[in-house]
Design a binder for this molecule. Structure first.
Ligand SMILES: [Zn+2]
Length: 111
């Protein structure tokens, strides 16, 4: 299935711990059907000592880093750049047979 959410889209999360929050898509994984939304789906990774670059003065213990983990694209909806509503995305084919995305609510066409 092709993925209609693209990088830089604003989306609303519909499911999971960040339900109701909005954010910007910063990475897409079309094959996996997953997207990374800036600042959402925060996960913690514990780095072991040997994974870190050794620097003078660093704590000898492992450290934690937080990052936005990929989430299922089915759990987000596009926020239409024209009307601002949560919407499903249609495909509009123009007279030159170019395929563009279209808001199902306000019918605005965008790339
Ligand atoms: Zn719209």
């Amino acid at each position: 299935m092709s993925m209609r959410i693209r990088r830089s889209d604003m989306v609303a999360v519909m499911k999971g711990k960040d339900r109701g929050k909005h954010g910007k898509v910063i990475q897409v994984f079309p094959k996996e059907g997953r997207v990374v939304v800036e600042g959402l789906n925060i996960a913690v990774k514990h780095l072991r000592r040997h994974e870190r670059r050794q620097k003078r003065g660093e704590s000898p213990k492992g450290e934690k880093i937080t990052f936005s983990a990929p989430m299922n694209v089915a759990n987000v909806m596009l926020l239409c750049p024209a009307c601002g509503k949560r919407t499903r995305i249609g495909i509009h084919v123009d007279e030159k047979r170019r395929r563009q995305r279209q808001c199902k609510k306000c019918k605005a066409v965008f790339v």
